[in-house]
Design a protein around this ligand. Structure first.
Ligand SMILES: Nc1ncnc2c1ncn2[C@@H]1O[C@H](COP(=O)(O)OP(=O)(O)OP(=O)(O)O)[C@@H](O)[C@H]1O
Length: 254
């Protein structure tokens, strides 16, 4: 279980996160939503230990998180800076696996499988600069999948891919979550996506930010892009979350 308690983050005189307390139970998919600029990326950076909090704590089990734990992987929005340009797609995906002391055959198997599952089986020997933005982001996702982390933090990972690929990647994440039992914390601006993917939704308020509400998503699994999105509970939740976020938007954003 990943747990954050009384988390506060100041940037100079600006308090981005005022007081965040939340739990991310093992094996659950938690969507994190909130008004633009409310501190979603800041929260992920603190949760991963990439950035120190100004106050409060992040605990993974009984261990305080002060740097990214070995069992955690991150996929950030800014894919252009997350791949090594001098490595091929295959080498980029294999790179983090080197620390796992795996058999080279197992590394090859995981790299092939993860790249195929994101639709990049044909592009393994290209370099990142030979790929479109969406393909680069899919490479970053394949790298996280191949690593098979226990906890996966994702910050708007599908923002730059087309609608069809986005739906495919959403379903891939759900499949991986159920197959690998991963804990996924998924920041998104897309309210439909937050409801479709989440077991739970953490709704953040505006800066200085607190958790407004944590909602359970009582939708049946497995989810289906058409059937799930037609469920009355899906429609109820999306309109509820939308209303919560719109109420909290900063006046400047209106
Ligand atoms: N390095 C920084 N220095 C100063 N202020 C920062 C820094 N990073 C973020 N902020 C501020 O902290 C607040 C939260 O930013 P953050 O990027 O975490 O929000 P977000 O919810 O992820 O944004 P978005 O919805 O645009 O993706 C914003 O007001 C932002 O301007």
């Amino acid at each position: 279980m990943l747990r954050v308690e009384g988390l506060k983050k100041n940037y100079g005189s600006v308090t981005a996160l005022a007081d965040i307390t939340a739990e991310f139970p093992t094996g659950t998919f938690t969507s994190v939503v909130g008004p633009s600029g409310c501190g979603k990326t800041t929260l992920l950076k603190c949760l991963s230990g990439l950035m120190p909090a100004s106050a409060g704590s992040v605990m993974l089990g009984n261990t305080r998180v002060t740097r990214p734990p070995e069992q955690m992987a991150l996929v950030f929005q800014d894919y252009s800076r997350s791949l090594y340009p001098w490595m091929t797609v295959r080498q980029n995906v294999a790179f983090p696996l080197r620390n796992k002391r795996l058999d080279p055959k197992e590394i090859d198997r995981r790299v092939d499988q993860s790249l195929t599952s994101v639709g990049l089986g044909h592009a393994m020997d290209r370099h990142p600069w030979q790929l479109s933005g969406g393909m680069q982001q899919r490479t970053a996702i394949a790298r996280a999948i191949a690593y098979q982390p226990e906890i996966l933090l994702m910050d708007e990972p599908f923002a730059s891919v087309d609608a069809q690929t986005r739906a495919d990647l959403e379903d891939l994440m759900l499949k991986l979550k159920s197959e690998l039992g991963m804990t996924i914390i998924f920041v998104t601006h897309d309210i439909d996506e937050s409801v479709y993917l989440g077991d739970r939704i953490v709704v953040l308020g505006s800066v200085p930010t607190r958790v407004k509400e944590t909602l359970d998503v009582a939708l049946p699994n497995p989810r289906d892009q058409l059937a799930t999105k037609g469920e009355p509970e899906f429609l109820r939740l999306r309109s509820y979350v939308y209303t919560q976020i719109m109420r909290d938007r900063a006046p400047a954003a209106l």
